[in-house]
Design a protein around this ligand. Structure first.
Ligand SMILES: NC(=O)c1ccc[n+]([C@@H]2O[C@H](COP(=O)([O-])OP(=O)(O)OC[C@H]3O[C@@H](n4cnc5c(N)ncnc54)[C@H](O)[C@@H]3O)[C@@H](O)[C@H]2O)c1
Length: 277
């Protein structure tokens, strides 16, 4: 028994209609779970429901309190308990210099990356307690919660706040047998971060110099970590974050020169990211 069997367990994934959330949904479905996605995009909801008739797609904007209350009611009606909550929704929204951000933009970024995680988690806690001991929360943060990122200061700060919440809740919920962990992905090919746009093909040659494991992330990389963290294999793991980053954080600026030697000295012209650079 490898512990990755979720038969009889109910999993809620916010933003499960695309990218990392969808990969998590697929992975939990394949492992036998009853999966519910909470997704704001109607087309993605409909596509998910048609592709996975054994799962449930609920139209929900997690930044809206009324939607989240309705979501909790729907989960309660379905199973009267929740075994696993994957707080996946998040977005950098406005990539611009810190001093040019308006108050409204700061609120938008904190709403989508932090406040909704608080709201959804609070709404689902009675259901997670009903499945405890053994229930768990997996928060999708970002590698940017662990290093600086220019022009996404509030996003980085919001993701770091989720790291703090993960640690504090891990303590608070441990006596109930509810584990709380996080996953911090590096650049991963999703509709939000489409690699063909972010890293055009002519610049992919840099990839093996940049990321120690030689490629960017696929949504399935994070889904594998989510499956592990939610499973009995991680029964003694709480309050921690798995960096799903191909070794990028460990490299911390080290990269390989064209001759394969390691260096911290910048060696490419242009920024290597924008088309034609
Ligand atoms: N892709 C990356 O490179 C990357 C890197 C680090 C962290 N992350 C984090 O991973 C998570 C998933 O990212 P992704 O790239 O898969 O995103 P994505 O935008 O490709 O997919 C997110 C899904 O969430 C849905 N969604 C958006 N707002 C919602 C809302 N208010 N309520 C309900 N559903 C909503 C979208 O419709 C979409 O289906 C995010 O928290 C993101 O910050 C992603």
């Amino acid at each position: 028994m490898n512990g990755i069997d979720f038969t009889g367990r109910t999993v809620l994934i916010t933003g499960g209609g695309a990218g990392i959330g969808l990969a998590c949904a697929r992975a939990f479905i394949a492992a036998g779970a009853q999966v519910i996605i909470a997704e704001t995009d109607e087309t993605r909801c409909a596509k998910f429901a048609a592709t996975y008739p054994q799962a449930v797609a609920i139209r929900c904007d997690v930044t809206r309190g009324a939607d989240v209350e309705a979501l909790a009611d729907a989960v309660r009606k379905l199973d009267n308990k929740l075994d696993i909550l994957v707080n996946n929704v998040g977005h950098f929204l406005h990539s611009k210099a810190f001093e040019t951000l308006t108050d409204g933009e700061v609120d938008d970024i904190l709403d989508i990356n932090f406040r909704q995680v608080v709201r959804v988690t609070r709404a689902m806690l009675p259901l997670l307690r009903a499945a405890a001991p053994g229930s768990s929360i997996v928060n999708i943060t970002s590698i940017e919660a662990f290093r600086g990122i220019p022009h996404c200061a509030i996003y980085g700060a919001g993701k770091a706040a989720v790291t703090g919440l993960t640690q504090c809740l891990a303590l608070e919920l441990a006596p109930a047998g509810i584990r709380v962990n996080a996953i911090a992905p590096e650049t991963t090919d999703t509709p939000q971060v489409p690699l063909d746009y972010m890293i055009p093909p002519q610049n992919r040659a840099h990839m093996d110099k940049w990321i120690p494991l030689g490629r960017f992330g696929m949504p399935e990389d994070s889904a594998g970590a989510a499956l592990y963290l939610a499973s009995p294999l991680a029964a003694w793991v709480t309050g921690t974050t798995i960096h799903v980053d191909g070794g990028a954080l460990a490299a911390a600026g080290w990269m390989r020169a064209p001759d394969g030697q390691w260096t911290v000295v910048p060696m490419i012209s242009g920024n290597g990211i924008e088309l034609g650079a």
